[in-house]
Design a protein around this ligand. Structure first.
Ligand code: MTE
Length: 327
C-alpha cells in the first residue's frame, strides 16, 4: 500500500474556534476541495484524498461535538523535523535520535489489532477494518514528557471514546490496557532487557472515555512516521508522555488495574495515573517548569500547567483523589 501522503494541512496553529465551531468543521469535512478552497478554516480535517489512499473514511463527522483544544495561539506547533527527530521509543534504543535512525525497518503492514477482555465485541482486526468506522480529525495538543521537555503537536486521529464504545465494554470493564508490538527482529531495543517487553500502558475507563483521549494515525496531515508510533498510537495530552503508547497491537478491557511498563520498571518514579502536575516533583527532578523543544533560547524554561493545561476538561475525573497522587 502506498503510504506517502503529501502534506496539505497548513502548518500554522488552528484557531480554537475552528475546532469548536461545528459548522466550520462540517464545511471542512464535506466541502469540495476543502483544504484548497477554505484555507486555514479547513485545517481541522485531513484531506479526503489522503484518507482514501489510506482506506480511511471522511464522510462522517460524528466526533465534532468532542471538545478539542488547541493550545494558546501564541504557542506554535513544533516542526515536523523536531517532532520526528527527538523521540522516546525504547524499542529502537534509548537515544532521542535512535527512533528516527532505526524505526524505518519496522513493517507496519500487514497490521492487526486484537481486542480482548471484558467487552461484548472482541477479536483480531486487520488495521484497515479496525480503522474503517472512524472519521479522522486534526488536534493540536501540548505534549509534556515526564523528563520535563515539551512540544506542541498537530496529530491526526479519532477519539478513543468512539473506539471503546464500538467494542461494548461490559459493566465489569473498569480499565483498558494497551500493548505495543513485540517484534525483536525489527525492534532492536527489544533484544535488550531495557524494559519488560512488550511496552504496556493503561487507563481507567472513564479517563479513556474523556473526549481529549485520542487514537493517532497521522501527524501534520501525513501518515504517522514509524518513530512517532505508526501505525496506531495513543495520545493522552493531560498525562506525561509515557502513557501515550506507540505501535498498538492489543487492547484489553480489564476489571483490575493493569500492569504498566514504567511502573514495573521503577514504581517509585512512574505511576499509573501520571497526570501532569507542576506541584508534584519527580523524585529526581522538579516538574514545575519545562523546556519547549525548538525554543531558540535553550536555557529558557516555561511554567508547567496542571494537567498540562487541560484541567477544565479532566480535573473532574480525579475528584476526591489527592492531586498529589502522582502514582
Ligand atoms: N511507546 C512505546 N511502545 N515505547 C516507548 O518507549 N515511550 C513513551 C511514549 N510511548 C514509548 C512509548 C514516552 S517516555 C514518551 S515521552 C512518548 O512516547 C514520546 O512520544 P514521541 O516520541 O512521539 O514524542
Amino acid at each position: 500500500m502506498a503510504l506517502r501522503i503529501p502534506r496539505v494541512i497548513p502548518s500554522q496553529i488552528t484557531p480554537p474556534e475552528t475546532y469548536l465551531n461545528r459548522r466550520a468543521f462540517l464545511a471542512g469535512a464535506f466541502g469540495a476541495g476543502a483544504a484548497a478552497t477554505l484555507g486555514s478554516a479547513a485545517a481541522a480535517v485531513i484531506p479526503a484524498q489522503a484518507g482514501a489512499a489510506l482506506g480511511y473514511r471522511y464522510d462522517a463527522a460524528e466526533s465534532v461535538d468532542a471538545l478539542v483544544h488547541a493550545p494558546d495561539q501564541n504557542e506554535k506547533p513544533n516542526t515536523w523535523e523536531q517532532i520526528t527527530n527527538y523521540n522516546n521509543y525504547y524499542e529502537f534504543g534509548v537515544g532521542k535520535t535512535d527512533p528516527a535512525e532505526y524505526a524505518g525497518e519496522l513493517q507496519t503492514r500487514p497490521w492487526n489489532v486484537a481486542v480482548a477482555g471484558e467487552a461484548e465485541v472482541t477479536g483480531s482486526f486487520p488495521l484497515e477494518a479496525f480503522m474503517k468506522p472512524y472519521a479522522l480529525e486534526e488536534r493540536i495538543y501540548r505534549f509534556r514528557c515526564v523528563e520535563a521537555w515539551s512540544m506542541v503537536i498537530p496529530w491526526v486521529g479519532f477519539p478513543l471514546a468512539q473506539m471503546l464504545k464500538r467494542f461494548k465494554p461490559t459493566s465489569r470493564a473498569k480499565y483498558v490496557a494497551f500493548e505495543t508490538l513485540y517484534r525483536p527482529s525489527q525492534m532492536p531495543g527489544q533484544r535488550e532487557p531495557i524494559l519488560q517487553w512488550p511496552y504496556r500502558e493503561g487507563l481507567r475507563i472513564d479517563e479513556a472515555m474523556n473526549p481529549l483521549a485520542f487514537m493517532v494515525v497521522g501527524l501534520y496531515g501525513r501518515v504517522l512516521p514509524n518513530q512517532s508510533g505508526a501505525p496506531l498510537r495513543l495520545i493522552v495530552p493531560w498525562k506525561y508522555g509515557f502513557k501515550s503508547i506507540k505501535a498498538i497491537v492489543r487492547i484489553v478491557f480489564t476489571e483490575t488495574q493493569p500492569e504498566t511498563t514504567w511502573s514495573q520498571a521503577a514504581s517509585g518514579e512512574y505511576g499509573f495515573y501520571a497526570n501532569v502536575n507542576p506541584d508534584v516533583p519527580h523524585p529526581r527532578w522538579s516538574q514545575a517548569t519545562e523546556r519547549r523543544i525548538g525554543n531558540p533560547f535553550f536555557h529558557e524554561r516555561q511554567a508547567t500547567l496542571l494537567f498540562n493545561g487541560y484541567a477544565n476538561e479532566v480535573a473532574s475525573l480525579y475528584k476526591g483523589m489527592s492531586l498529589h497522587r502522582y502514582f
